[in-house]
Design a protein around this ligand. Structure first.
Ligand SMILES: C[S@@+](CC[C@H](N)C(=O)[O-])C[C@H]1O[C@@H](n2cnc3c(N)ncnc32)[C@H](O)[C@@H]1O
Length: 151
């Protein structure tokens, strides 16, 4: 289990509402579903290596699929809906910045935002997280932050 999901498991109770942004073939989405009691929303353009049909075949109705650009996808959800949002989409500085700005308002106060690939291989991720979420916890290559107030 990735560190952010372990944190969510250890700190949030009940049936959770979560999102993964950047899903590919559902490898991590599958792990989230095996480890958390949650309604999971999956957002991806599915324009690169995998099709949405391939992704959906992996989870067979266990999650809600939103084929969309990340920022456009975020606009489909009300603010404060999610207990957690896990970002693993466009790894450029501008891309991660856009995603954090779009998805942070969608996380409820007390919820958790974070993502993958905070590492020297992806300096864009590191720089965007350092700038926008300076209090983030970093474990292995996950970053996450428990939201303290509405933004
Ligand atoms: C690293 S893969 C995700 C891997 C997945 N989280 C896992 O660990 O199993 C990145 C995914 O992000 C998607 N992606 C990249 N930029 C995106 C954007 N702007 N909006 C939506 N999806 C995007 C790609 O289509 C790709 O499937």
């Amino acid at each position: 289990m990735r560190p952010m999901i372990q944190f969510v498991k250890d700190n949030l109770e009940g049936t959770l509402t979560g999102a993964e942004v950047g899903v590919a073939q559902c490898t991590h989405a599958n792990s989230i579903l095996r480890n958390l009691d949650c309604d999971l929303y999956l957002v991806d353009k599915w324009e690169q290596d995998f099709t949405i049909e391939h992704a959906m075949s992996k989870l067979k109705g266990e999650a809600n699929f939103t084929p969309s650009d990340s920022v456009e996808g975020a606009s489909r959800f009300p603010d404060g809906l999610f207990d957690f949002v896990y970002i693993d989409a466009d790894h450029t500085y501008e891309g991660v910045k856009r995603d954090i700005i779009a998805w942070l308002p969608k996380v409820k106060t007390g919820g958790v935002i974070g993502g993958h690939d905070y590492s020297v291989e992806y300096t864009g991720v590191m720089n965007a997280v350092n700038e926008l979420v300076p209090e983030a916890t970093i474990i292995k290559t996950d970053w996450y932050w428990r939201k303290k107030q509405c933004v």
